[in-house]
Design a protein around this ligand. Structure first.
Ligand code: 13P
Length: 256
């Protein structure tokens, strides 16, 4: 399969930004600016309380809505958590799992990332699985080992047929929110590695069909070059996704 036949996905990760009323306006504006841009899928992953108004504002447009986390249990005494079924019923289609901020600040491990991924996929959500090395790991020359290990652990036990609804986002932690972007060659090298690990775990066909995004200070100035790389099939965008005009320019860059 050629890169052109893979699904390109430009997804925003709003993180902890936007109240429900602000979300409504931002989703509507993003939808307006990206209308008819069918060269990629457009997704906004919003805070839990924004999902319902965001889904409402996105109805009938090409913008899809996602969440930023999901719990692995179906229900029960897990104060403050949200299940995959709850998310589905809100109209969310995607969920981000394993973001480095969850790993760093909320004790997320590859084991819990794997459990969340499995629960979300089984419920019928599409998962954007985030992984990537921290600065010290890159400086120590162990990026390949870390990313391979995360890919294997995070995907453990996921059946081949569910890989159709998995997207992997390679997010080097040192590039997130820092203004430091991986060079297009660095992004390509690691995205290609992830595809190879997935091919070894499953098969070439699944690996070739997999959408692999780059995330980390992607913006309207650097998106086109990053997205031109053969194994970079989209972006997961933080800061720039909060400004519909900037986000729409990244969507434009993905139209080629
Ligand atoms: P920034 O685009 O703000 O660097 O964030 C990237 C990110 O963490 C997306 O999930």
């Amino acid at each position: 399969m050629k890169k052109e036949s893979r699904k390109v996905i430009i997804a925003g990760n709003w993180k902890m930004n936007m109240t429900p009323s602000a979300a409504k306006t931002a989703v509507a504006r993003t939808a307006e600016l990206t209308a008819g841009k069918d060269g990629c899928e457009v997704v906004l992953c919003v805070p839990f309380v924004d999902i319902i108004p965001a889904v409402e504002a996105a109805r009938g447009t090409n913008v899809k809505i996602g969440a930023q986390n999901v719990h692995f249990e179906e229900k029960g005494a897990f104060t403050g958590e949200i299940s995959a079924d709850m998310l589905l019923e809100t109209g969310a289609e995607y969920v981000i799992v394993g973001h480095s901020e969850r790993r760093q600040y909320f004790g997320e491990t590859d084991e819990t990332v794997n459990k969340r991924t499995r629960a979300a996929l089984s419920a019928g959500l599409k998962v954007i699985l985030c992984l990537g090395e921290v600065l010290g790991e890159r400086q120590s020359g162990i990026t390949e080992e870390i990313v391979s290990m995360q890919t294997k652990l995070d995907l453990a036990g996921i059946p081949a047929e569910q890989m159709k609804t998995v997207v992997i986002a390679y997010e080097p932690v040192w590039a997130i929110g820092t203004g430091l972007t991986a060079t297009p060659d660095q992004a390509e090298e690691v995205c290609a590695l992830i595809r190879k690990v997935v091919a070894d775990l499953y098969c070439d066909e699944i690996a070739e069909a997999l959408t692999i995004q780059y995330g980390g200070s992607m913006n309207d100035g650097n998106a086109a070059e990053l997205l031109s790389k053969i194994d970079v099939d989209g972006g997961l965008i933080g800061g720039a996704s909060l400004v519909p005009e900037k986000f729409a320019k990244i969507v434009d860059a993905a139209q080629a």
